[in-house]
Design a binder for this molecule. Structure first.
Ligand code: 6PG
Length: 231
């Protein structure tokens, strides 16, 4: 695994350009771009910028998955799918067939199994054991969680399944999330983080403190990039 750290005062532009560059590379090599979106607040302006500079990307050749989802309906303000629709899918006219929504509105266990079946089908159709994303975007929570892999939760210890439902006691709620086996199988993983918010935590994670789930993201045969927005 190779790792690069980009500290930037033009976070949104640099992150959006990073994604477009990887998209063009994947499309040139495999005529397809497989990206998993992260949720929360940090990526929203990046997706808006991506919709602006990436309007001419062949979105019909892009497969968009979600690294995690809240267990809420798709029109809920808390939904990562809802945020991505507003910031990216609608402005960039991304076709529905390019987006795989995690169904937060149904039973979490069923939704996780359904999503894992979908990802596994994509892998089988491409002759892969485990679906290999070209790019998985991740965020960093203030407890060092990433996707919905929270400290001390069962999903963090999952070594076989690709997608699970994960109960998060601190939030008293269920989440749907990629597991480390799926995340670490990506060609490229990129953390998008507001460094001003998490300066100390970032340093501890970068030093590999395994107390923090984000420290366990190490793509086996891929690259890891941290894009850190600085004021
Ligand atoms: C989610 C995310 C989560 C997020 C971090 C950071 O569904 O909330 O996937 O892992 O990336 O909590 O969130 P902010 O970008 O809002 O700080």
């Amino acid at each position: 695994m190779s790792r690069e750290i980009l500290r930037t005062k033009t976070f949104v532009a640099d992150a959006a350009n990073f994604i477009v560059d990887l998209a063009r590379k994947a499309l040139a090599e495999r005529n397809e771009f497989r990206i998993a979106l992260s949720g929360g607040n940090t990526p929203r302006p990046v997706y808006t910028e991506l919709a602006r500079i990436g309007r001419d990307l062949p979105w019909e050749k892009t497969l968009i998955t979600f690294g995690d989802e809240r267990c809420v309906p798709p029109d809920d303000e808390q939904s990562n799918y809802h945020m991505a629709c507003q910031a990216l899918f609608m402005p960039a006219n991304v076709p529905e067939k390019s987006v795989m929504q995690m169904r937060g509105e149904i039973d979490p266990q069923i939704a996780a199994q359904e999503y894992q079946d979908g990802v596994d089908l994509l892998a089988t159709q491409r002759g892969e054991q485990i679906y290999r994303h070209d790019l998985i975007l991740l965020g960093l929570g203030d407890d060092g969680h990433t996707a919905s892999l929270f400290p001390g939760t069962a999903a963090l210890e999952e070594i076989i399944r690709r997608v699970v439902a994960n109960f998060v006691p601190k939030l008293n709620t269920w989440r749907l999330t990629f597991t480390l086996p799926l995340i670490n199988h990506a060609r490229h993983v990129c953390f998008l983080v507001n460094a001003a918010k998490h300066a100390d935590l970032i340093e501890r994670v970068l030093k590999g403190d395994l107390k923090y789930p984000a420290s366990r993201v190490n793509p086996d045969l891929g690259k890891l990039t941290w894009i850190l927005g600085e004021n």
